[in-house]
Design a protein around this ligand. Structure first.
Ligand code: FES
Length: 146
């Protein structure tokens, strides 16, 4: 398909880490109100390190490819390291995305952040400082409160 790198096509056709984790330590559920795509990301954490990550995405090819890549990137990372994974890093690892599809990668970053937020809330009682996007502009439904 035109405009998509080989890496994107590879992760779209054969996505890695599809499915659910039984008894996950964190779940991140996000959706894009404009396109209606939904992403759910599960993490398993051991000794402060993400040892497993899986996802279920009901969405476009770019959303599937970015979900697949973010779960690959996050495995083996500490929580602090995982929090630094931006949508840009996911896009770079995929060899780029067409500009019109960049919002799909934002969904992947936000799903990861929500899963970490869930994990932190369960383990420390305090999650990340993230807030809902009141503009509902479809760019992302969650924004880090910085
Ligand atoms: S078009 Fe909805 S996430 Fe890609």
């Amino acid at each position: 398909m035109e405009g998509y790198s080989n890496k994107v096509m590879e992760h779209f056709r054969n996505p890695k880490n599809v499915g659910e984790i039984e008894n996950p330590d964190g779940i991140g559920h996000v959706g894009n109100p404009v396109c209606g795509d939904i992403m759910e990301l599960y993490i398993k954490v051991k000794d402060g390190r993400i040892v497993d990550a899986k996802f279920k995405t009901f969405g476009c090819g770019a959303a599937i490819a970015t979900s697949s890549m973010v779960t690959e990137l996050v495995k083996g990372k500490t929580i602090e390291e995982a929090l630094k994974i931006s949508n840009q890093a996911v896009v770079e690892a995929l060899g780029g995305l067409p500009p019109i599809k960049m919002h799909c990668s934002v969904l992947a970053e936000q799903a990861l952040k929500k899963a970490i937020d869930d994990y932190l809330k369960k383990t420390t009682g305090k999650g990340l400082d993230i807030k809902e996007d009141k503009n509902n502009d479809g760019e992302c439904i969650l924004k880090k409160n910085v």
